[in-house]
Design a protein around this ligand. Sequence first.
Ligand code: NAD
Ligand code: ZN
Length: 359
Amino acid sequence: MKAARIIAPNEPLQISELQVPKPQVNQVVVKVKAVGVCHSDLHLWEGGYDLGDGTFMKVTDRGVKYPVTPGHEIVGTVSEIGSRVEGFTVGDKVLIYPWIGCGDKCPACKTGQDNLCDTPKSLGIFQDGGYAEYVLVPNFKFLAKVSGIDLEAATSLACSGLTSYNAIKKATKNSPEYLVIIGAGGLGLMAVQIAKAITQAKIICVDLDDERLEAAKKMGADFVINSSVIGSVTTGSGNAAQKIMSICNNKGADSVIDFVNAPQTAKMGIAVLRKRGNLVLVGLFGGSINLQLVTIPLKAITIQGAYTGSYNDLVKLLELTKKGAIKPIISKRYSLSEANNALKDLKERKIIGRAVINP
Ligand code: NAD
Ligand code: ZN
């Protein structure tokens, strides 16, 4: 089978010829129909994350081994099953839950939060993912059957949908009147739709690009702000913050979800928070900021992170999508041999919503 693999950071992905995996016991082999191209694939391709002040966190220090086949938003059909697989047969249409953990040893996995496992084995990061004709799923319990919705559209539920869903649940514990969503990319546009479906909050969406903000409006954002037009990309955030404050009657936003999480967006997020406010950091753009410590107790704000989501949440999300509450945007399709172009286009902000690769 063919797979587009990252051989080394920042090197072009290579199309490799690999053996089709053979499923053992509980394992399942899925023939990939489509795989979403996520910004996290770009971080994996670049070799890690910007920690700010010139420091860099290498993914190899977190357990990634190159060469690796990226791709964690995977849908396809079951092509072969191990001897102990139950409930799935060859030909079933499935969405794969990629945030695989140790299963039952660490406290997170014991409570069904495999996505926060101490020793993660996520597909497309720590083991081969979906930029390939076939993918090996370590256990049938990580599959969800897809029916009643477009199979290709279901790709983005596995990461952009699931992460947004988890972040919105965290951000809306205080029943926000105003919810700010920073970044209207693959994750942010999903978040706008999910927030519309499960909260009453007025949604303010911030991005650097009018086309994305237009899409956000169509998905249900009540207000949109282009932070690059208001000021420059680096200094504009202050002005965008003022605009947010005026929308929120100068009291501030109850919750902010930052799908960029770079210094200028995180600073803006903290600046616009109302007392008791909630900042959920999701993006991995990176960098570092200084915190004015007294503002945290004085305003009793919460700053927290959100990392993907649980299998149970993925199932709930599939149900929401089936009801028509969420309509994932798949705006571009690539073949496997075009994987480098797909990543390049995402980096150059040429993709609205999600692009998929059809291996
Ligand atoms: P994307 O490239 O589709 O979207 C990013 C969006 O942010 C774009 O619309 C871009 O215009 C906007 N943007 C960039 N800089 C900005 C700024 N300074 N101010 C305002 N808007 C800005 O990316 P994506 O797939 O949506 O992923 C977003 C981030 O979330 C990535 O860093 C990705 O790795 C990360 N991510 C995190 C998790 C998690 O579980 N925490 C899961 C998936 C992705
Ligand atoms: Zn992702």
